[in-house]
Design a protein around this ligand. Structure first.
Ligand code: ARG
Length: 568
């Protein structure tokens, strides 16, 4: 990609002027404001500062050594020493020409693919998936898609909560309170009901605990009921996942790691990482100001392991099984302390491991009142109901716009639009901020929404219903109008945007990119007649621009887990 070429040339020029400098941080970025150019670099100013040199002089010396004439107009030195690069139209056209013939336009497939484990969604057995799981599910899926698109090897793992004290209550409830018919009709609701019944009654604590101990000791009846509860839950999870088109390579629940937990604790104790504290085994972090008064328990005083122990065993398993370069955990921000502790313990335990560990956390979804999003009657919103409502509301919008389509068609478009809107509302926000759930805003056909982008895609596609697509192998792209060049240059930034999403684990960068792409396309389409172009070669060149825009929109939305439709 041109940006990368310019960057290497700039680094070479900087090294020629300052032979002892570390030029690896001399980076070239997309210009935020196209008025100044297409790319820019402010890295020379930092280099000059370190050496107490005059930054403008350094910039002038580096530019004298810099050869980027095959892609750029003469380089501009601005202010105290910014470099601004403006692409030449012929270089832009050549890049588009290459993209037109490429399987993955504007994307540089990783030369050395990384292996990344993405741990996401991870709901708990016997509980309904609720609105809180939506962010993990949608964010995690999008990150996995983006990484795959860039050529990395991805292992998605659904770390289901299928073990823990709640099973004592569930087992007791199953044996004493179960309504078979209700279980048949809505298994999760029934499991939730029996759990709440037992949990509410203090007097049943000991009985519940006894059931848990039996389960832990391998009692056959309890094991088979437990297994049943997992299966019933998995059916519900799978139903939601299939509606959202989400797939996992692995679903290794917490219980999978049970046989390894004692070994983990033994290891930590023998390496003096964990120590006895009030009957429990704990890890202390005296060297960390934030964690100094927050030890992590790895074995409770009753001898049971916990969430942290399980996650340590999970880490060990993943490293042994897939040798990942990175493991990404997508959960609620409330688990920040857990992951800080986990990563610290792990680094002490296995200092030789270099894999990157990232807690990709997110904020809450709020209702219109600014409080956590609930149903009207104050209950948690079930994910399945949310998906139904999204499709139903989209159906109204779609029906208003397309009264002439038959109902089956409108239902299918509503499915794509409704689910897309829901996913996009989540992905387009900075994941670390809370956001207010707003149906009207997410379903709007204007603004930074999925329906707007899906509509932009249908506009591109409608061109191809009016004209036979030329043989793109024989089309010469010759963008000249400012709107054509602006669109073309934006298209060229697609791969870089995906890389930023992968590095920072932030799909909202891709949302913004696509939103801007739709804007560029509109301005191009208004200013540059396609079907009524001045001549055949201009027409074909513009059709090719439409084709590339359509492909990038579709690929980009797909990387967000969002489908497109030909009409809407
Ligand atoms: N089941 C957990 C929850 O619902 C999330 C698990 C996240 N993954 C992990 N490896 N801890 O909060």
């Amino acid at each position: 990609m041109i940006q990368g070429h310019i960057e290497s040339r700039l680094q070479a020029a900087a090294a020629a002027v300052l032979p002892d400098a570390d030029v690896s941080r001399v980076l070239v970025r997309v210009c935020a404001d196209a008025k100044h150019g297409d790319f820019q670099s402010n890295a020379l100013m930092a280099l000059a500062k370190q050496r107490q040199m005059n930054p403008r002089q350094l910039a002038t010396d580096v530019v004298a050594q810099l050869d980027v004439a095959e892609w750029c107009e003469p380089v501009d030195i601005a202010g105290p020493g910014f470099l601004n690069f403006r692409l030449r139209a012929d270089a832009v056209n050549a890049a588009l020409q290459t993209a037109l013939a490429s399987e993955s336009p504007f994307i540089t497939i990783a030369a050395t693919p990384r292996t990344v484990v993405v741990d996401f969604s991870s709901p708990n057995v016997a509980k309904p998936m609720h609105v809180g799981h939506i962010r993990s599910t949608i964010l995690g899926d999008s990150l996995a898609r983006v990484l795959r698109l860039l050529g990395h090897r991805v292992v998605t793992d659904n770390h289901i909560g299928d073990w823990g004290t709640q099973f004592g209550m569930l087992l007791l409830g199953w044996k004493t309170q179960l309504n078979e018919a209700a279980l048949e009709a809505d298994p999760i609701a029934e499991l939730e009901r029996i759990y709440k019944l037992i949990n509410a009654d203090e007097a049943l604590r000991d009985d519940a605990r006894a059931e848990l101990v039996k389960l832990q000791n391998g009692d056959e009846e309890n094991l088979s009921i437990w297994q049943r509860m997992i299966e019933l839950s998995q059916v519900q999870f799978d139903h939601v996942y299939s509606r959202l088109a989400i797939e996992f390579d692995e679903t290794l629940g917490e219980s999978f790691y049970n046989p390894k937990l004692a070994g983990v604790v033994e290891d930590l104790v023998s390496q003096k990482i964990a120590e006895e504290s009030k009957g429990a085994m704990a890890v202390f972090f005296p060297d960390d100001a934030q964690l100094a008064d927050k030890p992590a328990i790895v074995q409770k005083s009753d001898g049971a392991a916990n969430y942290t122990t399980t996650d340590l065993a999970t880490l060990q398993h993943r490293l042994a099984e897939w040798a990942p370069d990175e493991i990404v955990y997508v959960t609620d921000g409330r688990q920040q302390l857990h992951f800080q502790q986990l990563f610290k313990i792990f680094r002490r335990w296995q200092p030789e491991v270099t894999a990157r560990l990232e807690h990709v956390w997110f904020g809450s979804i709020l209702g219109p009142d600014g409080k956590p999003f609930k149903t009207r009657s104050g209950e948690v919103v079930r994910l399945a109901d949310l998906l139904d409502e999204a499709q139903e509301r989209a159906f109204t919008v779609v029906s208003e716009k397309n009264a002439d389509l038959d109902e089956t068609q409108r239902r299918e478009i509503a499915r794509v639009v409704g689910l897309g809107a829901l996913k996009y509302a989540d992905l387009s926000n900075n994941r670390q901020t809370d956001y207010i759930f707003d149906w009207d805003k997410m379903l709007a056909l204007q603004g930074n929404t999925a329906p707007y982008l899906q509509y932009a895609y249908t506009r591109v596609r409608s061109i191809f219903r009016k004209v036979d697509a030329p043989d793109f192998n024989n089309v010469t792209i010759a963008a000249t109008a400012p709107e054509e060049l602006a669109l073309a240059k934006h298209l060229m930034n697609f791969g870089q945007t995906l890389e930023m999403v992968a590095d920072d684990h932030r799909p909202n960068f891709l949302c913004n990119y696509l939103f801007e792409l739709a804007g560029h396309f509109s301005r191009f389409y208004e200013a540059c007649p396609v079907l009524k172009a001045n001549n055949e070669s201009e027409r074909e060149s513009r059709i090719a621009l439409c084709e590339l825009t359509g492909r990038v929109l579709k690929t980009g939305l797909d990387a967000l887990g969002i489908e497109v439709t030909e009409v809407m």
